[in-house]
Design a protein around this ligand. Structure first.
Ligand code: AMP
Ligand code: MG
Length: 421
């Protein structure tokens, strides 16, 4: 983490672009080392620590893709069908008793091994069978309805690269390869604070001038999709000394700290100053809306020195939508980098704008939209504090820095919530 402390975009100059912040993370955050062997049933969401080569081919043997009759193409007169007498039956899970005798067919079921000599299968729906044998129609290409060994993965091939996040498809592939445990990176320890004298935890009484803390739970839920061991570190008061002390203490026991709120320029905003006081500010303020007041820094891991590297800290904005937008651009890539995951750009899709919108040049804006039949319709209100703008939308429309206006019919890029939340 020491690399980060060399940079300082904090003062003066233009706001840091989202792209520059992402590049900074991609280039300067070293992955945390370590590896553990975890049973397949528990690896969901973790990061593969080593390349996995296939110890066997997939499928492991030449087999039928359908219920039907296996035969040898060369036994049919060219361009014609034939009546082939049946020479046995092979069910899934059972080895063929013998090779296919010339001029014959065998009854075969999906997943059953092809008998030596057979190369093609006719589906049972396309064939007529009776006591005399099976009538195979003309026109089946050689190899039809049969799956060669290794057509999915060849033996020895790279099945999954190091850095891949293990989702349902990857876990299924590893299981098919017979692997009971996988070498994965350790979970990143992430501590989550809220800040603000106005905040009360859900489940406690709400006094006058108080509001319930939502960000902590949004952030913990976002983190639950990542290879993270998250700790809920509660609510910090708007107090500089308490904020600095809490961040310093948590930095010693976490790999990443996230706070929300308290990062603007008000006299009651103490997160940025606490980062500066206890460690180093890397940047402050992004050219993004919502989400401009966001700070990133590094705090010493222990003993007040950076000798052993440091713990990155991201001070997210307090407004709930701004906290989500900046989480996605800073916290998520930070976690993935620290966890040794390969870069995973956010999924972007194109749609047609069904709305008009004006914006300032020089900053990226995220507008909440609903998506119906390829048309993106804007959520009617724009406040960064509107939680329902997220619950009642389907995507962020991402309006790039140079764009000044969107008109109905324009193409827009969307970040679908289904891929984010
Ligand atoms: P701040 O940046 O601390 O001034 O916060 C900006 C706005 O976000 C204020 O209205 C805060 O009350 C609100 N806010 C800050 N933190 C949270 C939180 N954890 N949950 C919900 N709202 C918050
Ligand atoms: Mg505050």
């Amino acid at each position: 983490m020491a690399q980060l402390s060399d940079d300082c975009f904090a003062f003066g100059g233009p706001l840091l672009s989202v792209e520059a912040a992402e590049a900074l993370i991609a280039q300067r955050i070293p992955p945390l080392l370590g590896e553990e062997a975890v049973p397949l049933a528990e690896v969901a969401g973790r990061v593969l620590a080593r390349d996995l080569r296939a110890p066997l081919p997939l499928p492991p043997f030449f087999n039928s893709a359908v219920d039907g009759y296996a035969f040898r193409q060369a036994d049919l007169p060219p361009g014609e069908g034939a009546l082939l007498p049946l020479a046995g039956r092979i069910a899934a899970g059972h080895a063929p008793a013998a090779a296919l005798p010339p001029g014959h067919a065998v009854r075969i079921f999906t997943g059953a091994p092809m008998p030596p000599g057979a190369d093609t299968v006719v589906m049972q729906e396309d064939a007529e069978a009776d006591a005399a044998g099976v009538r195979v129609p003309p026109g089946l290409r050689p190899g039809a309805n049969a799956r060669p060994a290794g057509e999915d993965v060849a033996e020895g091939a790279l099945a999954l690269p190091a850095g891949r996040r293990l989702r349902a498809p990857e876990i299924g592939l590893a299981a098919a390869l017979g692997l009971a445990r996988l070498p994965v990176r350790p979970r990143i320890r992430v501590g989550v604070f809220s800040t603000g004298d106005e905040l009360a935890s859900p489940g406690t009484a709400l006094g006058p001038a108080k509001a319930f803390d939502s960000n902590r739970f949004t952030l913990l839920a976002l983190l639950s999709r990542l290879p993270v061991a998250a700790s809920d570190l509660g609510i910090l008061p708007d107090d500089p000394a308490a904020t600095a002390a809490a961040l310093r203490a948590a930095a010693g026991t976490h790999d990443l700290l996230l706070t929300s709120g308290g990062v603007s320029t008000g006299e009651e905003d103490h997160v940025r100053t606490a980062i500066e006081a206890g460690g180093r500010l890397v940047f402050w303020r992004l050219a993004v809306k919502p989400g401009r007041p966001v700070a990133m820094g590094v705090l010493p891991k222990a003993g007040g020195a950076f000798a052993s590297g440091g713990t990155p800290v991201v001070g997210l904005p307090g407004n709930p939508v701004a906290a989500v937008v900046t989480f996605l651009h800073l916290a998520r890539p930070l976690v993935l980098r620290l966890a040794g995951a390969a870069p995973e750009p956010l999924l972007r899709i194109r749609a047609e704008a069904g709305f008009a919108y004006r914006k300032k040049a020089g900053r990226r804006e995220y507008v909440r939209v609903r998506l119906r039949d390829g048309i993106a319709t804007k959520f009617e209100r724009e406040g960064a504090g509107l939680l329902t703008s997220l619950t009642e939308s389907d995507a962020f429309a991402e309006l790039p820095e140079p764009v000044l206006a969107v008109a109905p019919g324009d193409a827009v890029t969307l970040l679908p919530f289904a891929a984010l939340f």
